[in-house]
Ligand binder design. Structure first.
Ligand SMILES: O=c1ccn([C@@H]2O[C@H](COP(=O)(O)O)[C@@H](O)[C@H]2O)c(=O)[nH]1
Length: 236
């Protein structure tokens, strides 16, 4: 388990991101940069955050034909990131192509970024999965199926909810990563998330990393909320 909660920096501009990070000037963070920030600010913001010394999960959730994902990953791997992802529903060949792209594109081959795959988004319910994706399995079985495919394709782990982490580790291995968004401190607004857990519960259920966005970024005192979540996540 990584002791630092990942902070999802879901901002539109580099300015907002930089202002937020100045609050944490004495802390080495693990941050998640996603589509909102990357699509509007490009590789420059990734390099800028990396230069501050923070670890980076680049959450772009690639999902395309294997050749396109291979070529995109090869380019992204040059950014010196620590973790990156694809959608497991893109298939085993696509996931293997993503891995090949990373291996070829990473300048320091002894320090490859972790490659993980999204199973079912934490905003998805079993009902929505059945009605919209026409998957008739239970949500747990669908997540486990994608996790098994991901493991067999040679990736390092998955994005799932904390509720699925223990079972995923059972069918893969104890060091297969379960990165879990949908984290909400008790009483916090759930927003569009569906499969949520508190930091404490995620700790108990075997998450490897927790991802927390709005409860921290929209707090009136983000540093205080981050420290409180960090304590709960570490079982203190
Ligand atoms: O299944 C998934 C995959 C990714 N995410 C991302 O995590 C954060 C969660 O932010 P909150 O504000 O804490 O809800 C966000 O960047 C998502 O894109 C996810 O939530 N679920």
């Amino acid at each position: 388990m990584n002791t630092k909660p990942m902070i999802a920096l879901d901002f539109s501009t580099a300015e907002e991101t930089k202002t937020f990070l100045t609050l944490f000037k004495d802390e080495e963070l693990y941050v998640k940069l996603g589509m909102e920030l990357y699509y509007q600010n490009g590789p420059e913001i990734v390099k800028w955050v990396k230069n501050l010394g923070h670890e980076i999960f680049l959450d772009l959730k690639l999902h395309d034909i294997p050749n396109t994902v291979y070529r995109a990953m090869k380019g992204l791997a040059a950014l010196d990131i620590d973790m990156i992802n694809v959608h497991a529903s893109g298939g085993s060949q696509m996931m293997k192509a993503a891995k090949e792209g990373i291996m070829e594109g990473t300048p320091n081959k002894s320090n490859l970024p972790k490659l993980i795959a999204v199973t079912q988004l934490t905003s998805t319910t079993e009902e929505a999965m059945r009605n919209e994706q026409l998957i008739q399995a239970s949500l747990m079985d669908s997540v486990l199926h994608y996790a098994k495919n991901t493991c067999e394709a040679g990736l390092d782990g998955v994005v799932c909810s904390a509720w699925e982490a223990a079972k995923i580790k059972e069918i893969t291995s104890s060091d297969f990563l379960c990165v879990t968004p949908g984290i909400r401190p008790a009483g916090a607004s759930i927003g569009d998330q569906q499969r949520v857990a508190t930091p404490q519960k995620a700790h108990e259920m075997g998450s490897s990393y927790i991802v927390v966005g709005r409860p921290i970024t929209q707090a009136s005192n983000p540093v205080e909320v981050y420290q409180s979540i960090k304590r709960q996540w570490n079982g203190e």
